[in-house]
Design a protein around this ligand. Structure first.
Ligand code: 6R9
Length: 667
C-alpha cells in the first residue's frame, strides 16, 4: 500500500457495507455477551485488565495493574510472578490431564498424526527442558527455534518458557541468511531445528539450510538440537553432524520422566522475541513480556475466539508467525483447550484438505487468513460442500484486510450463515487482537474489522493528531497502553521509540497521556466507530498476510552483480493481496536478460525465502524520481496496478514512465 491512505480501490471496498447480527445460538453460549463491557472497561481502565490477569495462575500476586510512570516503557502487572509453561500445562493436569492439548496432523497423509494429551505434553516439555538445562540453557538465554509445524516446536517453546529462556522462532520457510541474521542480532547460542519436513508429499532438506545459516553466525553456537522428522520415515538426507548437534529423541530419552520446576518469572520478564519486517533493512526484534503478553493472549482467545476447554480449535497459521504464537500455542493452551496443528498445505492431497480436517476433528473454530479464503473461493464451493462443517461455531480472519466478497463467501459457504466472523486487526507488536468485534455482542460489517476491543483506545487521526470521522482516511493509532504490547525492540530502546512512538507522541513528556502508538497502518472509521484498516503506510509489503520489508528485498537485489539500483513495491494481487514488484536498473556493462532476472529472483529467495519471490522483475532505463531525487514509489505501485497515474509532469524524468509501462506489459 502507499503513503496515500485514500486510493480509489480502497474506497470501493467500503461501499457495499451490509450488516450482520451475531446468530442467537452463538450469543446464548458466548463467553462474552454483555454489551456493557465496553462502558465498564472504559470506566475502570486500567483496572479492567485484572480480568485478563485473572485468567492466569500467579505464583506471586502483582502489586499494581499498570505502572505508566516511564512511558513508553510500560510495565503491566509489576511485582507479579508466574511461569507461562505452568499456566499452559501444569495447572490443567488435574482436570484435563487426559484430554487432548495438541492434535497434530502431519504430512504425508494421515499416518504421522499424533495426539498429545495435557499429561503427555507436560511430560515431554519437562523432559526437553531438562535436556536444554543440561546443555546450559538458563534464564534469559535466547534459544532460536527454526522449525516447521511439528509438535516439537510448541514443545520447545514451552520448554524454554519453563526455564525462563526467551525463544526466538524463525519461520521455517525463511532462508539460511534470515536464520543467521536473527541468531546474530539476538546473540543466540542455542538452536533447535529439524532434519527436514514434507511439503505436498516431498521431503525438504531443512538441515542443509540450517547448516548454511550456522555458517553465517558470527559467534560461537554452543548446542544445536535436531528433530528427526524425515529420517525415521526413511526419507532423510545425508549430512555429517557435528558433535554439538544432538538428536532430539535422544535428548528427551536421556531425561525420561524428568521434572523441571517452572522458573518463576517477573511479569515484565521477556517471554519471547520475534523478528518482524520494518522500514529499514534490519528486522526488528519485538520483545514480549511474560505477564502482560500471556494475559492478553488468553483474554483475547476467550473473548474473541470464544475458546472453551471443550473446544477443538483450529488455526491454520504457521507458528513461525505471531498468529501461531498467540493463537495456536499460548492463548489456547492457557485456556486448556485442544489446539490443532496442521503441518501440510491446504490443497494437498486435495483442495478439500482443510474441510476434511474440520469434519474429522469436529473443529469448533477456524481462524485463517483472507489470502487462504480467496484461494478457497477460486477452487470452488464443491470442496467445502462435500464435507460436514456443522461443528464450526466461529470463524476468524487475520493478517490483511478482507474484501467483502471473500467475507461473504466465508460466511455463507464455510459458516453456513450461522457462525459469526471475527476480522481481527493486530500485529506482531501488539501481541494479540486489538480491533475486532466481540462475536457474542457486535454487529458485523464485511470488510471492516469493527470497533476496538473494550479497553483498547484505538483511534483514527489525521496528521495534526485530530480524530477523523465520517469514513475519511487517516492513520490508525493506539492512545493508551495495553497488556499485550511489545516491551521494546531487542536491545534497542531508541529504535523502539523512533519506530512506533515518535510520530504522534510528545517524546519529552513523562506523562503517559502524551504518548501515542503508531502501528503504521492507514484506516477509516465510520459513524458507528467501526474501523476499516487500509494497509501499511510504511515500506512494508503484505504478501499473503506475511510482512516483508521492501528494503530487505531491495538489498538482496542490488547484491546481484549487474544491478545498479532497485525499487520494490507491492502491487495488488487477486490471491495474495499484494505481490512483490521489482523495478531494476542494470549497470552499464550489463544488459537486461532472463539470466539476470533469474539471478535476481534467486538472490531474493536466498536472502529471505520463497515467499518474497518477485511477481515481476521489470528492467527500467531509470527509476521515476522527484525533482529532489526521491524514487516515486507510489507511482511504481500505480504502474504495477495498471492504475491511473495522474499528473507525472513534476517528475525529474517523466519520459521514463511510459518505457516502464511497456516493459511491464511485455513481461
Ligand atoms: C497478526 C499479524 C501486521 C500487519 C498490520 C496490518 C495487517 C493484520 C489485519 C490487517 C487489515 C486485518 N493486518 N490483520 N490488516 N485487517 N484484520 O498479521 O501480524 O505479521 O505483524 O502483520 O498486518 O497491516 O499492521 P503481522
Amino acid at each position: 500500500m502507499s503513503n496515500d491512505t485514500d486510493t480509489p480501490e480502497l474506497e470501493a471496498r467500503l461501499t457495499d457495507q451490509d450488516e450482520f447480527t451475531p446468530p442467537e445460538s452463538f450469543v446464548e453460549q458466548a463467553n462474552v455477551s454483555d454489551p456493557g463491557i465496553y462502558d465498564e472497561f472504559d470506566a475502570t481502565w486500567p483496572e479492567c485488565w485484572t480480568d485478563a490477569a485473572d485468567l492466569l495462575d500467579w505464583e506471586t500476586p502483582y502489586d499494581q495493574v499498570l505502572d505508566d510512570s516511564n512511558p513508553p516503557f510500560y510495565e503491566w502487572f509489576p511485582g507479579g510472578g508466574l511461569n507461562a509453561s505452568a499456566n499452559c500445562l501444569d495447572r490443567h493436569l488435574d482436570e484435563r490431564g487426559d484430554e487432548a492439548a495438541i492434535e497434530w496432523v502431519g504430512e504425508p497423509a494421515d499416518e504421522a498424526n499424533r495426539t498429545y494429551t495435557y499429561a503427555q505434553l507436560h511430560r515431554e516439555v519437562n523432559e526437553f527442558a531438562a535436556g536444554l538445562r543440561e546443555m546450559g540453557v538458563g534464564e534469559d538465554d535466547i534459544v532460536t527455534l527454526y522449525m516447521p509445524m511439528v509438535p516439537e516446536l510448541p514443545i520447545a517453546m514451552l520448554a524454554c518458557a519453563r526455564l525462563g529462556a526467551p525463544h526466538s522462532v524463525v519461520f521455517a520457510g525463511f532462508s539460511a541468511d534470515a536464520l543467521s541474521t536473527r541468531m546474530n542480532a539476538a546473540d543466540s547460542e542455542y538452536l533447535v531445528t529439524c532434519d527436514g519436513y514434507y511439503r505436498r508429499g516431498d521431503p525438504l532438506d531443512h538441515y542443509a539450510k540450517t547448516l548454511d545459516g550456522l555458517d553465517g553466525v558470527s559467534h560461537a553456537v554452543s548446542d544445536v538440537v535436531v528433530v528427526d522428522r524425515l529420517g525415521a520415515n526413511g526419507d532423510g538426507f545425508d549430512h555429517d553432524r557435528p558433535a554439538a548437534h544432538h538428536d532430539y529423541d535422544a535428548v528427551v530419552a536421556a531425561h525420561d520422566g524428568a521434572s523441571v520446576s517452572p522458573v518463576e518469572r517477573d511479569a515484565t520478564d521477556m517471554l519471547f522475541l520475534m523478528y518482524t519486517s520494518g522500514t529499514t533493512g534490519q528486522p526488528k526484534g519485538v520483545t514480549h513480556s511474560t505477564g502482560g503478553y500471556l494475559s492478553w493472549a488468553a483474554w483475547t482467545s476467550q473473548a474473541v475466539l470464544d475458546i472453551k476447554p471443550s473446544d477443538t480449535y483450529f488455526c491454520s497459521a504457521d507458528i513461525g508467525w505471531i498468529t501461531g504464537h498467540s493463537y495456536i500455542v499460548y492463548g489456547p493452551l492457557a485456556l486448556g483447550t485442544t489446539t490443532m496443528l496442521y503441518e501440510g498445505a491446504p490443497d494437498h492431497p486435495d483442495k478439500d484438505r482443510l474441510w476434511e480436517l474440520v469434519e474429522s476433528y469436529e473443529a469448533t473454530q477456524l481462524y485463517t487468513a483472507p489470502t487462504a479464503i480467496r484461494s478457497f473461493m477460486k477452487w470452488g464451493v464443491e470442496y467445502p460442500d462435500a464435507h460436514d462443517l456443522s461443528s464450526l461455531r466461529l470463524l476468524g480472519t487475520v493478517g490483511e484486510p478482507i474484501n467483502p466478497r471473500a467475507w461473504t463467501w466465508y460466511y455463507t459457504h464455510i459458516g453456513d450463515e450461522s457462525c459469526p466472523i471475527v476480522d481481527t486487526w493486530w500485529q506482531t507488536e501488539t501481541g494479540g487482537m486489538m480491533v475486532t468485534g466481540l462475536p457474542g455482542v457486535s454487529t458485523m460489517k464485511p470488510g471492516s474489522a469493527g470497533r476496538p476491543l473494550p479497553g483498547v483506545d484505538a483511534r483514527v487521526i489525521d496528521t495534526d493528531g485530530d480524530d477523523v470521522a465520517g469514513g475519511r482516511a487517516g492513520h490508525l493509532t493506539i492512545q493508551k497502553p495495553w497488556p499485550g504490547m511489545l516491551q521494546t525492540l531487542y536491545e534497542n530502546d531508541e529504535r523502539f521509540i523512533d519506530e512506533y512512538w515518535r510520530v504522534y507522541s510528545d517524546t519529552d513528556s513523562g506523562d503517559s497521556a502524551d504518548w501515542v502508538y503508531f502501528p503504521e497502518d492507514g484506516a477509516k472509521v465510520d459513524d458507528d466507530g467501526y474501523i476499516t484498516v487500509l494497509g501499511r503506510v510504511d515500506d512494508v509489503v503484505n504478501v499473503s498476510g506475511h510482512r516483508l520489508g521492501t528494503m530487505e528485498i531491495e538489498s538482496a537485489i542490488v547484491d546481484v552483480p549487474g544491478v545498479a539500483e532497485a525499487a520494490v513495491v507491492g502491487g495488488d494481487h487477486d490471491l495474495k493481496g499484494e505481490a512483490v514488484y521489482a523495478y531494476v536498473l542494470t549497470t552499464d556493462d550489463h544488459d537486461a536478460s532472463d539470466a539476470l532476472r533469474e539471478r535476481i529472483v534467486a538472490s531474493v529467495e536466498d536472502a529471505i525465502g520463497p515467499i518474497a519471490r518477485p511477481e515481476a522483475v521489470v528492467f527500467a532505463p531509470e527509476l521515476p524520481k522527484t525533482r529532489s531525487g526521491k524514487i516515486m514509489r507510489r507511482l511504481l505501485e500505480d504502474i504495477a496496478n495498471d492504475a491511473d497515474l495522474g499528473d507525472t509532469s513534476t517528475l525529474r524524468n517523466p519520459d521514463v514512465v511510459e518505457t516502464i509501462q511497456d516493459q511491464l506489459a511485455g513481461d
